[in-house]
Design a protein around this ligand. Structure first.
Ligand code: S3P
Length: 175
């Protein structure tokens, strides 16, 4: 019997490089990418900033949860998770059931450099985004570290990170 290929699930803070790595993995492995943020935008027919502004974060999290459950039903996909997906323990457990979860880490300084020119992230649209990054990272660290593997992305080329993930999946017979 042919076994279902596990998904590659990418989690991590905003600006940790999930989307870049997801697209590289897709090219390398020929697997489709499912971006939870893009699926939310398609389902809601409005940008994430508008969902936060008009309906609030808790509404966003409800939609996100529905989308995560949908994505986790697939196999052999690369699932690029929004930075807050891990806040709901049920999201983590269902994603881990059908996938191998990789936490992409980066220092707060590096994250700040990567996201400072992007204004589309409502949670960082504050007076002091640098302090917000540190605060949220500290709060979320216990959730992110529930991933199966942790990969430091600081000062690393995306291709190198991609190969690290491919090697793990190959060793498991899941690539
Ligand atoms: C969020 C991260 C964003 C997006 C939303 C909330 C978060 O995704 O889902 O703005 O709570 O960290 P990215 O991590 O892809 O930027």
């Amino acid at each position: 019997m042919v076994k279902d290929l596990k998904n590659i699930v990418l989690v991590g803070f905003m600006g940790s490089g999930k989307s870049t790595i997801a697209n590289l993995l897709a090219k390398e492995l020929g697997h489709p990418v499912m971006s939870t943020d893009e699926m939310i935008v398609r389902a809601e027919k409005r940008p994430i900033a508008d969902i936060f502004r008009d309906s609030g974060e808790s509404y966003f999290r409800q939609v996100e949860k529905r989308i995560v459950l949908e994505a986790a039903k697939r196999s052999g996909c690369i699932i690029d998770c929004g930075g807050g997906v891990v806040l709901d323990p049920e999201n983590i457990s269902c994603l881990k059931l059908t996938g191998i979860m990789f936490y992409l880490t980066a220092t707060p300084q590096e994250i700040f450099q990567r996201v400072k020119s992007h204004s589309h992230r409502p949670l960082l649209n504050t007076e002091n985004p640098r302090a917000m990054i540190e605060e949220l990272l500290a709060k979320r660290s216990p959730f992110y570290t529930q991933a199966d593997f942790q990969i430091d992305t600081t000062a690393k080329k995306p291709q190198v990170i991609c190969q690290e993930i491919v090697r793990v999946m190959e060793a498991r017979g899941d690539a």
